[in-house]
Ligand binder design. Structure first.
Ligand code: COA
Length: 177
């Protein structure tokens, strides 16, 4: 379990699949996720993936996010953990839309970055985000992520191409801020 001021992140268990299916099939959420490609998800696919995410391994860790009322509100993960380069990719979604805009996204990123640097001994955490996802970019910048680069017209969604942005934070950035 990872604990923040208000949120708790507990490793995903297989039983989380139904909630994850509900969140992932919400078009507003699915279209924001780098993994969302418009191909409809089936319950079987999500259940199978959730089962895999629930297995411990040293390459990735998936969490379900709980608020103070002990309600599951979303997913967060560190994956592609690379012990040689000492980096990992971060991903998250707050699946309960009523919980957006309460600072939870920012808190989740802070918790994961702190875990990555102080427990996993990583040097860098990176992520990708679509350039039209203003809320997510603001959330990452608030924690101290920098924009590393832009992949032009990387994603086709809602009838047009959008850029995808690479962002990262180094352990030394934390000391500076
Ligand atoms: C993106 C997401 C994680 C942000 O989480 P959140 O809890 O709503 O964000 P926070 O409340 O921590 O807000 C962080 C900052 O972003 C701003 N922000 C949030 N949503 C915004 C929006 N839609 N437009 C403009 N600014 C926004 C907030 O005002 C805040 O900045 P401030 O403190 O300067 O006011 C959440 O909206 C979400 O899960 N969306 C769907 C999935 C997704 O986009 N995942 C990320 C994929 S890369």
């Amino acid at each position: 379990m990872l604990k923040g001021k208000r949120l708790t992140l507990r490793p995903v268990v297989e039983e989380d699949w139904e909630l994850r299916y509900k969140w992932l099939t919400d078009p507003e959420i699915n279209s924001t996720l780098p993994s969302g490609n418009g191909i409809p998800l089936t319950p079987n696919t999500v259940r199978e993936r959730t089962r895999k995410y629930a297995e411990s391994n040293d390459k990735s860790v998936y969490f379900t996010i709980f608020n103070k009322e002990d309600k599951s509100i979303g997913n967060a993960q560190l994956y592609k953990i690379n012990p040689w380069n000492r980096n990992a990719e971060l991903g998250l979604w707050i699946g309960e839309k009523s919980e957006w805009g309460k600072g939870y996204g920012t808190e989740v990123v802070e918790i994961l970055v702190n875990f990555a640097f102080s427990r996993l001994n990583l040097h860098k955490v990176y992520l990708t985000v679509d350039s039209d996802n203003i809320g997510a970019i603001r959330c990452y910048e608030k924690v101290g992520f920098y924009k590393d680069g832009v992949l032009r017209d990387e994603v086709f969604k809602n009838g047009k191409y959008v850029n995808r942005i690479y962002m990262s934070i180094l352990e030394t950035d934390i000391i500076k801020t």
